[in-house]
Design a protein around this ligand. Sequence first.
Ligand code: AMP
Length: 468
Amino acid sequence: MISSVPHSDFHSFDLHRDLVRGIDDLGFVKPTPIQGLAIPPLLDDRDVLAAAATGSGKTAAFGLPILNRFLGMRRGTTRALVLAPTRELAAQIAEHLNELARHTRLSAAAVFGGVNPSPQERAFRQGVDVLVATPGRLLDHMQYDYARLSGLEVLVLDEADRMLDMGFLPDVRRVISQIPRPKQTMLFSATMPEPIVKLSREMLHEPLALNIDRKSEPAKGITHQVYPVPAKLKSSLLVELLARNDFDSVLAFTRTKHRANRLADLLEKRGVRCTRIHGNRSQNRRTEALKGFKDGTYRVMVATDIAARGIDVEELALVVNFDVPHLPEDYIHRVGRTARADAKGVALSLVSPEEEKDLRSIERHIRTRIRRIKLDGFDYRRNPNERFEIPIAERIAEIRKRKAEDRARSRENAERRAARQQGTPQPGPARGDSRRDNRPANRDDGGNQPLRRWRSDQRPNNRRGRRY
Ligand code: AMP
């Protein structure tokens, strides 16, 4: 196990000067600990197993040695594959690699579900140097000859613990069984649960283990704060906190998609520029939300854990745990979105009495007692005007009612049409009452685009017929 940080300067690595120029352009002055530890052995072709939390700088830690390795080689072959758990993370890794490679001719492309697969197919066919993919969409492509990846040399598994949480390990194993054995493999994970350790034994050859005895812990620059508050007053307290502080880029986490929608609706109603990102939103809407959040169109982004995984927004000043996560690891992942790579940031948790137990286990995990704060002048005894969460039974009843109304309306329209065809005029509106008109304007379940329309001349090389 290696735990010291041997390098304090990017120029001391054996990296090509064109990559060092890219690093300089990004304004990176000194390597982060994981970069200091991982880059030299990776440049020596070693396999690496690294415990590195999100925000630790791990993308450059694995990306720079990969790019360095390919610099002198002929282009046109995909030689590295990075597997990532979410679409946002895959897109972000590809973007970061392209930034690092800006003074070279190398490039990276992202492959993930929910978007048109044709540009992705082109990236395969052109042999983009580094492919960053989520496992499901990659397997979809791998049914076709153009996605054989026969020239692959390097494999990276990023955020492996999250792949495990999301149930992707079988897909990861399937990918591994369909690609050539890589010359170099790296596995990055914030935590090291047993199935990941087992997978690492299968995948890695005499790996160097970096930092793996250390519990994952949040970045040093984070100030943790707790606001104890009754559950029903959380949204009012958050509105008040946002009004009194000038944090201009706030990521707020909720436990469920429903709560994310409710919170985003409520903040919008209170005039806060707000967007949302969660699993029920189409990829286009998620991309638009993230873009608007990054460029400052929205001040707040409300997110669920999985959707927000790996999101990297520069200068994110505040992370709000609107709901306390059940797992300490999730707390660390969430708050890792602020104070990235040595910056400073605030992680603020709104904690109801029912959530105190989860909070205590987080405190034990990070070995810190977090300061409790009472907001002066906030009425902790008032009753909110409306309920924050609508119980699931009521939501289902509402959906059933709407569907019954839709059906009745369709019946009426059909009867009216039939009567018209028989020449009998019918009273009542025939237009403007279609099902679509009756839908709430702010539905956000736009659904994914069709996964793909493969051309008829492309023949799958196996017939698993799986969907992503
Ligand atoms: P990552 O953990 O790879 O997602 O990186 C987290 C953030 O840290 C990204 O915004 C990187 O651009 C930034 N970063 C990575 N390495 C460094 C470094 N050596 N110095 C400053 N920022 C860095």
